[in-house]
Design a binder for this molecule. Structure first.
Ligand SMILES: *Cc1c(COP(=O)(O)O)cnc(C)c1O
Length: 386
């Protein structure tokens, strides 16, 4: 490992800061923490709030609940605004609740951008509008949505946005990224929740001289540099179009084989899809067979949906051949377990959705990094390169 206080490492941190600002679409400082995503959420709370502060926690699933629980653990006065799992938060309901707060007691609103436990993406732009009109800080868990789905931090006026390394950033778990806007810095100067490891002001002081306060996960920083270069080369627009195509393909595939999705409307996530386990099928056995016999890992549900749904992740470092293959295998395994599904119909629908999108690899004229999300070069491209 490189010494984390040497000039070479400072150069990596500087490059990362630029890459993260691009990924978050922000001019704000983005703080790098060695932590899983949850550490980033805890940091967002303890740096901006004081014990007893009133907080409105919007929840549409397990991760929304977790954000609320962390706030409560640090002594915030948490009011939950919960919506049914599988649906998105209704911005009008948020507006109605905030409109009742004439005394402006609510200091912060917590919201999940993309709820991984249900496969639902909130209308964050609309929620941000109503929160800004009220004046509370908006703290966003964008851990599974950032990069994969549109989230222009500055254009939407988001005060704190948290992301993590292991989702659309395509690298192993262990780093969290937190964008901190001007209003959040101001709040940080007043905030009295206890903090040491998470302290943004100390992170900022060290960042000014090209360091982190504590030893960061150096190996993950190398990985992040490379991932951010890939993100920059592809461009957010291309990456997000790719996720939209994957989302459509997975929803089309699962539906065509005869399964029911948990969320299918305009809020269905393009990063992860949840579907009901067919009646009579043992969800745990289904996942075990896929894993042991076909080397495909899908997730179970969380909370009350634990054994009732399964979830297919399609974000970050995804290979379309694997994606379509996984759908076929999901169908075949369910059929083997006695469910009335049509795997081939699902496979064909997913293929059609992938092909029908008009997706093309753009020739940027540069040496393109051939990560699996791109297609192999054409013969003409190969010749040109040779
Ligand atoms: C993955 C995830 C988290 C964080 O989980 P960690 O295990 O702490 O990395 C938080 N929120 C959402 C929406 C997530 O998808």
């Amino acid at each position: 490992m490189m010494n984390h206080r040497c000039p070479e490492f400072k150069a990596l941190l500087a490059e990362i800061q630029q890459g993260l600002r691009y990924a978050f679409q922000t001019e704000n400082e983005v703080i790098l923490l060695t932590a899983s995503g949850t550490g980033g959420l805890e940091a967002a709370l303890v740096n901006t709030l004081s014990p007893g502060d009133k907080v409105l926690a919007i929840s549409i699933g397990a991760f929304g609940d977790r954000f609320a629980e962390i706030a409560a653990a640090y002594g915030a006065d948490v009011e939950r605004l919960a919506f049914d799992w599988g649906t998105a938060a209704d911005p009008e309901a948020v507006q109605a609740r905030l409109a009742q707060d004439e005394e402006r007691e609510i200091k912060a609103v917590l919201v999940t951008h993309n709820e991984t436990s249900t496969g639902v993406t909130n209308d964050l732009e609309a929620i941000a509008d109503v929160v800004r009109a009220h004046g509370a800080l908006l703290l966003v868990d964008a851990i599974s949505g950032l990069v994969a789905l549109p989230l222009p931090t500055d254009a939407w006026g988001l005060d704190v946005v948290v992301a993590g390394s292991q989702k659309a950033f395509m690298i192993p778990p262990g780093l969290a990224f937190v964008s901190v806007g001007p209003r959040a810095w101001e709040a940080a100067r007043q905030a009295r929740m206890p903090r040491f490891y998470w302290d943004f002001q100390s992170a900022h002081r060290y960042a000014e001289r090209g360091e982190t306060p504590f030893t960061p996960a150096v190996s993950l920083v190398y990985a992040l540099v490379e991932a951010l270069r890939m993100i920059r080369e592809d461009g957010l627009e291309t990456i997000q179009a790719r996720h939209a195509r994957w989302g459509r393909a997975v929803r089309a595939g699962l539906t065509a084989m005869g399964l029911q999705l948990l969320a299918s409307g305009p809020h269905a996530s393009n990063a992860i899809t949840a579907a009901y386990v067919p009646e009579g099928v043992d969800g745990a056995a289904f996942r075990r067979i896929l894993n042991e016999q076909h080397h495909i890992v899908i997730a179970r549900g969380q909370g009350a949906l634990r054994d009732r749904i399964f979830r297919v992740g399609h974000l970050g470092y995804v290979n379309e051949v694997e994606l379509v293959g996984a759908l076929l295998q999901i169908g075949q395994t369910l059929r083997d377990l006695g469910a009335p599904v049509a795997p081939e119909a699902g496979w064909a629908a997913a293929q059609a959705a992938l092909r029908g999108s008009g997706f093309k690899i753009q020739d940027s004229g540069q040496q393109v990094r051939r990560h699996p999300a791109t297609q192999p070069p054409s013969a003409a491209e190969e010749n040109e390169r040779a």
